[in-house]
Design a protein around this ligand. Structure first.
Ligand code: BGC
Length: 398
């Protein structure tokens, strides 16, 4: 008989161990490593982030709210280093993967832990696109394709930080014309805000002096049971997406926008991430698990901010910690990545390791390879226009 638990919305869901059919995997047993921590997580030492990188100073900036939620951000790659959130027992849990020192980030930027990704989040096919009749060639860093802005994207450069108060950090970066092959001098601003209602908002702004393409996102790797605490396959995920963009074997969208119905990509009701991850489906073979852009359903009335609509995108619950993360975004898509390329070779904060599928990402974005798909929502930014978008991550526990 299927075992059921009740999710925040009171909907019965199947646990990984129990759901039959549709290629369900073998149980993902909890191991000693998977136990929820009883010790409060702490922030990395801020002194370990004070350095000079590419001739510019780096540091760790701390945002706090009245509920013990704390975010630590470094200006190297504008990266979210730590995010401490109380679990169902009130124990502060660090829900994002990261390193203990700036040196480790500089040494291993390609993990993208917590990074702001740019100029273009996710892949551009063969590192080429045409804009206003001109072909541009980008730096390729992912087989035949360009991924996450190229070899030295926005996650591997030093931003100028300005801490406005305990709740707000502003980071700025000027990406020069031709950087990684992209046209236009692009002035980018990213603002992290932590509110007393346990929302971490990331707002993005940009202007350019030449037509360019742009797709900014944050690449936090989440484990709601605590970073380094084991598998995320028993986390329960709900995605507000009826459709997704299928990919080829190099993870470039085919151009089709397909229904999730009847596939293991259907997360419209809360489902354990691991329940169908091993199903015999070509898309899961190409992604080696989930590594897909989901098309967020049109607004259903939940949250409006500054005249822009923040759409309910995803809800995830850590099975052991009870921490619930809700994601809202103004972007049309979200890349759900189940940590399939993680190999346990990078040292995380506090001596932990980044084991296979011990984190997931929900990268809010325009669709991958949009510059080569005129039917996808446009990622062009022209002089005189302002790129403006936000994503909210809201935390609670039960
Ligand atoms: C991509 C994955 C990639 C990961 C880390 C995700 O956005 O879709 O394919 O392995 O980022 O770079």
């Amino acid at each position: 008989m299927n075992k059921v638990i009740f999710f925040s919305m009171g909907i019965a869901i199947c646990l990984v161990t129990a759901c039959g059919g549709n290629g369900a995997e073998k149980p993902v047993p909890a191991t000693a490593k998977d136990a929820v921590s009883t010790t409060a997580a702490v922030l990395p030492d801020t002194a370990a982030f004070k350095d000079m990188v590419d001739g510019q100073p780096t540091a760790l900036y701390i945002l706090k709210n009245k509920n013990q939620v704390t975010a630590a951000i470094t200006n190297y790659g504008a990266r979210l280093v730590s995010l401490l959130v109380p679990d169902k027992n009130g124990v502060r849990t660090d829900v994002v993967l990261g390193y203990d020192s700036i040196g480790e980030y500089v040494h291993r930027p390609e993990t993208y832990f917590g990074a702001i990704v740019g100029r273009y989040g996710n892949r551009i096919a063969k590192g080429k696109f045409k804009l206003e009749g001109k072909e541009y060639t980008l730096v390729k860093n992912n087989g035949p394709n360009s991924l996450h802005g190229g070899k030295k994207g926005f996650g591997a450069v030093v931003w100028t930080a300005q801490q406005l108060n305990d709740h707000t950090l502003q980071l700025s970066y000027l990406s020069k014309d031709g950087e990684e092959g992209y046209p236009g001098n692009l002035q980018v601003k990213v603002i992290y805000t932590l509110t007393d209602s346990n929302q971490l908002t990331i707002s993005y702004q940009a202007t350019t002096d030449k037509a360019t393409v742009l797709n900014l996102t944050n690449h936090a790797y989440f484990n709601l049971n605590g970073q380094g605490s084991g598998t995320i396959l028993n986390h329960v995920l709900e995605l507000n997406a009826d459709r997704y963009t299928p990919v080829d074997s190099t993870l470039i969208p085919t151009g089709e926008i397909a229904p999730v119905a009847g596939t293991p990509l259907d997360f419209r009701t809360p489902t354990a991430i691991g329940a169908r991850i091993g199903a015999d489906h070509i898309q899961l073979k190409y992604g080696k698990g989930y590594d897909h852009n989901f098309v967020i359903n049109p607004f259903q009335g939940d949250m409006i901010k500054g005249g822009h609509t923040l759409m309910p995108t995803a809800t995830v619950r850590g099975d052991l910690s009870g921490i619930v993360m809700k994601v809202y975004t103004e972007e049309p898509g979200v890349q759900f990545y189940s940590g399939n390329f993680m190999q346990g070779i990078n040292p995380l904060k506090g001596g932990k390791k980044d084991d296979y599928r011990s984190a997931f990402c929900l990268e809010t974005q325009h669709f991958p390879d949009s510059p080569n798909h005129p039917d996808f929502p446009s990622t062009e930014l022209k002089p005189g226009q302002t790129y403006l978008t936000s994503t909210v991550y809201q935390f609670s526990a039960k």
